[in-house]
Design a protein around this ligand. Structure first.
Ligand SMILES: Nc1ncnc2c1ncn2[C@@H]1O[C@H](COP(=O)(O)OP(=O)(O)OP(=O)(O)O)[C@@H](O)[C@H]1O
Ligand SMILES: [Mg+2]
Length: 256
């Protein structure tokens, strides 16, 4: 696959080589049609994320952040444009292959990609492993280790209804981390958490990014979360309005 790189584009910060680009969107457009109104959620959105990069997406409510994440990760269809993950056009994948691809290579921390209420914490966490064919005994051990990382091993037998909102969020994160996916998508991963737990969760994500060279795309309203990412993309009304480097976001978070 050849990826055309235009010099000087904001999204080429760090000048990734073609082989380094793991997520690429070209002119993605998405309109929601509810029958009575049409809402243009994404207008010609193009971006590239390179392997091992942590990218934050920020912007006002309703500007299209969740829609972008859904379209990039193959959870939702779009009207025109192209999304390539590791060079593969996921819109063209058959549904079962897409499901397998997502279970094996992607982790999701989404508000709408929730825990299954009938399963307890450890069963929820091991689900992506089971889907991608890991032996049940191995899956259970890895799921318990993952719950350990978010300090919830003692709650392994609790169903979601028997956990607090923050604990549920941590189970979601344990599930997203369990198969050490190549790409992690997170939509407000710290939104429901107090600041100490939010910091811990970000520590986990940063650690995974550094140790496993995992690529992370994180939607956040929190400038402190963005300041821990390599790059921040700002969206406005369905378009990418501008980008900031980590140094700029750190300075902003420190009030400079
Ligand atoms: N299923 C849907 N049907 C119709 N319109 C939708 C749907 N989902 C989102 N929209 C609209 O698309 C636009 C973008 O929504 P989106 O959820 O991507 O915003 P967001 O940036 O994630 O906002 P927030 O920060 O509040 O989560 C909004 O105007 C929203 O009302
Ligand atoms: Mg959203």
């Amino acid at each position: 696959m050849t990826v055309e790189l235009k010099g000087g584009e904001a999204s080429d910060i760090g000048a990734p080589g073609a082989a380094d680009v793991v997520i690429e969107a070209r002119a993605v457009e998405k309109t929601y049609d509810t029958g009575t109104v049409k809402v243009v959620a994404l207008r010609q959105v193009s971006l590239r994320v390179r392997r091992g990069e942590m990218v934050a997406i920020m912007g006002p409510s309703g500007c299209g952040k969740t829609t972008l994440l859904n379209c990039l990760s193959g959870l939702d269809d779009f009207d025109s444009g192209l999304v390539l993950i590791n060079g593969a056009d996921i819109a063209k994948m058959a549904d079962d292959r897409k499901t397998e691809f997502r279970a094996r290579d992607m982790g999701f921390v989404f508000q709408t990609y929730n825990l299954l209420p009938v399963l307890n914490a450890v069963e929820n966490v091991e689900l992506p492993l089971i889907v991608s064919g890991t032996k049940p005994k191995v899956a259970r051990e890895l799921a318990l280790q993952s719950l350990d990382r978010v300090h919830l091993r003692a709650q392994a037998g609790n169903r979601p209804a028997q956990l607090s909102g923050g604990q549920r969020q941590r189970v979601t994160i344990a599930r997203a981390l369990v198969n050490r996916p190549a790409i992690m998508w997170a939509d407000e991963p710290t939104g429901a958490l107090d600041s100490a737990t939010a910091t811990e969760i970000m520590d986990l994500i940063v650690d995974l990014n550094q140790s496993a060279h995992q690529t992370c795309v994180i939607v956040t309203h929190d400038p402190k979360v963005a300041a821990r990412c390599h790059r921040t993309i700002h969206m406005e009304d369905g378009v990418i309005a501008r980008e900031n480097t980590q140094a700029e976001m750190v300075a902003a978070a420190n009030g400079h």
